[in-house]
Structure formats: structure tokens, C-alpha cells
Design a protein. Structure first.
Length: 266
């Protein structure tokens, strides 16, 4: 009898943990994602009148505290229009005691805040909700080794809109040193240090000049030392020097000692 009673109250008041469970440990069912956990709760929800006739009490939940004030809506649809949230999103989070964007969606007015505070704490245990919070993006565009355009953006969505690409493209390039970046833009979830920025400039320069034709001139006579090289790699091999040493002096107008020559690279 006690086990049956415990099962009943677990399902009634704590339906969402990092597992959906009964008190019998052998009957635990685990689920892979937050969406799947919330979806289970949504499936139990009577959706016949999903967009009308359902009173919705929406409370703010900030800094682990519930506001005593609430917004009352006559339907999910009405709350969706007012808050700018998808109706399906509201449905999924409804009565789960899991806040979404600092909002708690309930079909009943809170009578005991202490109890609900405990329910929220238990429901959020083990759940990764960070994906609901917009994270800043730092975007870098390397115009030259002396000119770097840094842009701080509020979210990946903002970056995707600015670069006119899909959200997934930003995700796939985030914090990754992919040649060429996104049309020359490199995106990170943190501001680069001076050393990181220096390395990024060098990496960007290598990409931009990889297949460029290179002319090597004798700095004393301004005569071509050889026929044009069809790549920086070929020029480096000719003078038996490191690839980066050619890149470093390319188009700078600064002479450098290579082999038996004082050379200018263009």
C-alpha cells in the first residue's frame, strides 16, 4: 500500500526528473534528451482544446525565485501571441515545473509557493537547460594583419542572420579553425586573447595566400630571381626556407635574406 501511494505521488507531483520513474527501482526508464522527457509529459496532456479554453497561469522564475504575480491567459494560443513563443513549446513545458526562458507555465494558480519551489528544484535536477539561454558570439573578420574587425553578437541566431547562413552553419564553425571560416568570418563563444588573435591572423593569412602566384625580386637590382612561382610553397622550397617566412614578408616591401639573396616577395 505504501509503495502504491508513493508511486501515485511521484507521478502526480514529480513527473519530471532526469528519469521518469516509479519507486520500484527495477522499473526505471531513462530517456536521452530533455525534449524526450518533456514530450512524455506533453503526451499525457489532453490536447483536444489545446489552443482554446485552457486557463494559463504564467509566472516569472528568476534567480531561483518565483514571482508572486502572474499573467493569466485564456488559451495557449493567446499566450503564444503575447509572449512570442511557439505554441508547441508552451505545450511541451506546460505543468512540467521546468521553467523555459525564466517562465513557468501552469494550468492552475499557485496556492503554495514553498511546495512549487521544491517541485521546480526537483524537476530541474539533472536537466541541462543551458541551451535555452542565448550565448554571446564573438565574430572576427581579418582584413589584413593590421586590421581586424571584431563584432560581439548576442546569439548564434544573430550571427546567422548577419552572415545570411543557417543556424547550423554557425554551430559547425563555432570555435573551429576551419579554412576560410564563414566567408572569411571566424566565430567563437569567447573573446580571443592577444595570442589567440595573432594565431588567427596568421592562420587566415595562410589560407588567403595558399595558392597565390609569388614573384621574388632581388632587392638590390629589382630583377626577378626566377620565373614566378605558382604557390608560396614552391617559393619556399626554391629558397629552402619555412613556408611562414615567405608569408610573413609577402607584399610588405621589406627585404629579407633568403639563401644568397636579399629578396622582396610579391
Amino acid at each position: 500500500m505504501q509503495q502504491d501511494r508513493e508511486d501515485f505521488y511521484l507521478q502526480k507531483y514529480l513527473p519530471l526528473l532526469n528519469t521518469i520513474f516509479k519507486s520500484n527501482f527495477s522499473e526505471i526508464q531513462s530517456y536521452d534528451s530533455l525534449y524526450e522527457i518533456l514530450k512524455l509529459k506533453r503526451l499525457k496532456f489532453n490536447s483536444d482544446n489545446k489552443y482554446k479554453g485552457i486557463n494559463l497561469y504564467i509566472y516569472e522564475y528568476c534567480d531561483n525565485q518565483i514571482s508572486i504575480n502572474y499573467q493569466l491567459f485564456s488559451s495557449i494560443s493567446a499566450s503564444s501571441k503575447k509572449l512570442g513563443l511557439a505554441r508547441e513549446t508552451i505545450s511541451i513545458y506546460l505543468n512540467t515545473y521546468v521553467p523555459y526562458k525564466n517562465l513557468l507555465f501552469l494550468t492552475n494558480k499557485i496556492e503554495c509557493f514553498d511546495l512549487v519551489d521544491k517541485l521546480i528544484s526537483d524537476a530541474m535536477q539533472g536537466l541541462n537547460l543551458n541551451h535555452n539561454i542565448a550565448k554571446k558570439i564573438w565574430m572576427y573578420f581579418i582584413e589584413s594583419k593590421d586590421t581586424v574587425v571584431k563584432t560581439e553578437l548576442e546569439s548564434k541566431s544573430t550571427a546567422a542572420k548577419l552572415l545570411d547562413v543557417q543556424h547550423l552553419v554557425i554551430t559547425n564553425h563555432l570555435n573551429k579553425w576551419i579554412k576560410g571560416g564563414i566567408n572569411g568570418h571566424y566565430v567563437f563563444n569567447h573573446e580571443l586573447s592577444d595570442l589567440e588573435l595573432k594565431n588567427l591572423i596568421e592562420f587566415s593569412s595562410l589560407r588567403k595566400t595558399r595558392n597565390r602566384t609569388v614573384w621574388a625580386y632581388n632587392a638590390m637590382t629589382l630583377e626577378l630571381i626566377s620565373d614566378p612561382f605558382n604557390s608560396i610553397k614552391k617559393a619556399a622550397e626554391y629558397f629552402n626556407v619555412d613556408y611562414r617566412s615567405v608569408v610573413k614578408h609577402l607584399d610588405t616591401g621589406l627585404a629579407t635574406k633568403k639563401g644568397n639573396y636579399l629578396v622582396l616577395f610579391f
